[in-house]
Design a protein. Structure first.
Length: 136
């Protein structure tokens, strides 16, 4: 059985979901830089350029830009949950409008622990995430 890493944090929007992580070390800019029909960023120089978010726990440090981070409206292309270090009013609005479990303000930086492909349980109702590292 794989070891699990549990990190407490603050819930932005409640819910509980477990899914594979998709990690962006670079902040994400939503609004005009997201193709909601296909569920990915269209910012050409971003490491997640055209990498689908659908069903993933989207892990990122913070939003970027004054255009906001509005990714609601994805439908079946939506991320399963959001995990980020720095909340803004726009990321809170995103979680509320998207009805997507979201967490921030962690006791330990999740960006130092979570890698793309890890399984992440986001329990935003009870206020923690639990990481199962991908197999080597």
């Amino acid at each position: 059985m794989a070891d699990k890493i549990r990190i407490k944090g603050r819930s932005v929007y409640p819910g509980c979901v477990e899914a594979e992580a998709l990690v962006s070390q670079m902040p994400l800019q939503g609004f005009t830089n997201v193709d909601v029909a296909n569920g990915y960023t269209v910012e050409r120089r971003h490491p997640l350029f055209k990498v689908p978010y659908a069903g993933k726990v989207l892990v990122f440090p913070s939003p970027r830009g004054s255009g906001g981070f509005m990714m609601y409206g994805f439908g079946d292309k939506a991320p399963a949950a959001f995990v980020y270090n720095h909340a803004t009013p726009l990321t809170v609005l995103l979680a509320l409008q998207a009805h997507t479990p979201s967490m921030t303000d962690f006791e330990r930086d999740p960006m130092e622990v979570i890698e793309t492909g890890d399984m992440v349980l986001v329990n935003a109702t009870e206020g923690y995430i639990e990481i199962t590292k991908k197999s080597m």
